[in-house]
Design a binder for this molecule. Structure first.
Ligand SMILES: Nc1ncnc2c1ncn2[C@@H]1O[C@H](COP(=O)(O)OP(=O)(O)OP(=O)(O)O)[C@@H](O)[C@H]1O
Length: 227
């Protein structure tokens, strides 16, 4: 489903900050871990097409990202659910409008949008804030709104940058349960976190833009003696 081969990346005028080759299969749940500045966000941005590789190939959901037109990139992004590091809610739209926006862009009818937005706000515990603007929300609620927006279009792939940031322990636990549930329903999940908290899942650890640990498809199969 995701294949990065010989990928290199550098920020404008900067040094090469990422070198990656890896595969992720459909249906996997992968934690992308590493210290601050190790490259987790950059890795996810390469997969959203926001950052471009300066060498190598990235294919995702059957598409070569480098060759997508702006229009095809927009449609590719609608097939994925993304939680950005700084949430990126649209300040002049209500929570419901922020969440429904992706469906509107995909041409879904108004009635259908209203129903789907209502259900997804219920599942993220935000139904009572549907008509608020982002600045009227707490950090916790903004994070829930970002999660609702990421899942409203039933994506096959979720790219999540610190999805529990700003949540208290209980909120973080609920958020994790939501993504584990979606994974159990078949969604592929890539989640950037500084440290993974759940065993039994693949962990790709980055350091200075390189993979320093990859436990493989299933954590149980990881044998440190033969890694
Ligand atoms: N827009 C940018 N321009 C130049 N360098 C950048 C830019 N964004 C990130 N970097 C650098 O690239 C490296 C990787 O950063 P990245 O944000 O991907 O790491 P991260 O693991 O997500 O960190 P954090 O956990 O703090 O978000 C760092 O050295 C960072 O300073």
């Amino acid at each position: 489903m995701i294949n990065l081969s010989g990928v290199e990346h550098r920020y404008k005028h900067g040094e090469r900050n990422m070198v990656l080759s890896l595969k992720i299969n459909e249906g996997e749940f992968v934690y992308v871990t590493g210290k601050a500045g190790s490259g987790k966000t950059t890795f996810l941005k390469l997969l959203t097409g926001e950052e471009k590789a300066c060498a190598g190939n990235i294919s995702c959901l059957g598409k070569e990202l480098a060759s997508l037109s702006i229009r095809d990139l927009a449609s590719y992004r609608r097939e994925t659910g993304i939680i950005f590091q700084n949430r990126r809610l649209l300040p002049k739209k209500t929570v419901a409008a922020n969440v429904g926006y992706v469906l509107e862009a995909a041409g879904v009818g108004k009635k259908e949008i209203a129903g789907r937005v209502r259900r997804v706000l219920e599942s993220t515990g935000l139904q009572h804030k549907a008509h608020c603007f982002p600045e009227e929300l707490s950090g916790d609620e903004q994070q829930r709104a970002a999660a609702a927006r990421a899942i409203v279009n039933n994506p096959r792939l979720l790219l999540l940058d610190e999805p529990a940031a700003g949540l208290d322990d209980r909120g973080a636990e609920e958020m994790m349960q939501l993504f584990h549930r979606l994974h159990a329903e078949g969604v592929t999940v890539l989640m950037a976190v500084q440290r993974s908290k759940s065993a039994g899942k693949r962990i790709i650890e980055l350091n200075k833009g390189r993979v320093v640990l990859d436990t493989g498809q299933r954590r149980e199969e990881y044998d440190p003696m033969h890694a």
